[in-house]
Design a protein around this ligand. Structure first.
Ligand code: BGC
Length: 250
């Protein structure tokens, strides 16, 4: 089946038509910069432009970087506070005039990696992490998703003995902002892996997001407590997974 997948991110809002049987994209990807500040009205305007571009007649799936419950946005850590409480799932259906389904962006990307990428046919507890502006997570038991785990918001001990959120310490945006060397940043990431492994005990970890493309930079410093793979769908996972989840839930 073909569905329109959308991925709302901190820097871009991206969409493509996805063939959910193969995971292939059957249209060009369309990307529009995320408006700054990313207020709700501005995001809705961008989504309207995406609707105009595709003129899509069929179900729509959309990933969003925050907790989604009952198709409502509950948190928006790296976007604007005005998004919290908004019924984006319902508003998407209005904008596109089509059935629409909203899901957390990391959950969407994890679903796609489990179906078509590094997690194919893997059973037991699998942990997918997306490392970019923030840290997103998706936890699977025998292929079934536990939604909205938000492990990037876990409080952990930093190397200087202070405590804070994992994503404020080990997201890729922190590496860029603080201009950390790859070895320093990977040291932080190793600490996060240790902490999250202690709590969730996955048999394997899959790492996606912007960082999946930089595996060569960190592999010499990486110390994972269990087998770790880089995501193979790279930046295609979010859009593809949003389409897969829409197909499953609509
Ligand atoms: C958000 C998550 C999201 C992650 C990656 C975090 O700040 O709270 O919902 O999955 O960033 O975008």
């Amino acid at each position: 089946m073909e569905l329109l997948g959308i991925d709302i991110g901190g820097s871009g809002i991206k969409a493509s038509v996805v063939d959910t049987a193969t995971g292939e994209w059957v249209s060009e990807r369309h990307r529009i910069e995320t408006p700054q500040p990313a207020k709700y009205e501005a995001i809705m305007e961008t989504l309207s432009q995406i609707a105009d571009h595709f003129q899509w007649k069929g179900p729509v799936g959309c990933g969003f970087p925050g907790v989604i419950q009952g198709q409502q946005i509950q948190t928006a850590a790296n976007l604007h506070k005005s998004l919290i409480g908004k019924e984006l799932g319902k508003d998407l259906a209005d904008i596109f005039g089509q059935p629409a389904y909203l899901i957390n962006d990391a959950d969407a990307a994890g679903v796609a990696e489990m179906r078509f990428g590094a997690g194919q046919d893997k059973t037991g507890v699998m942990l997918f992490l997306t490392i970019g502006t923030g840290i997103g997570s998706a936890l699977f038991t025998d292929g079934k998703l536990v939604e909205n785990t938000e492990f990037g918001h876990m409080i952990m001990e930093y190397h200087d003995g202070k405590f804070g959120k994992a994503e404020h310490y080990a997201a890729d945006s922190v590496r860029k902002k603080k201009d950390l060397s790859w070895s320093d940043w990977t040291g932080r990431f190793n600490q996060f892996l240790e902490a999250i492994h202690f709590i969730t005990r996955p048999s394997e970890i899959i790492v996606g997001g912007g960082l999946a493309k930089r595996g060569d930079k960190i592999e010499d410093y990486l110390k994972s407590p269990c087998p770790l793979h880089f995501a193979t769908l790279k930046n295609r996972a979010g859009i593809t997974g949003a389409a897969l989840m829409a197909e499953k839930n609509l």
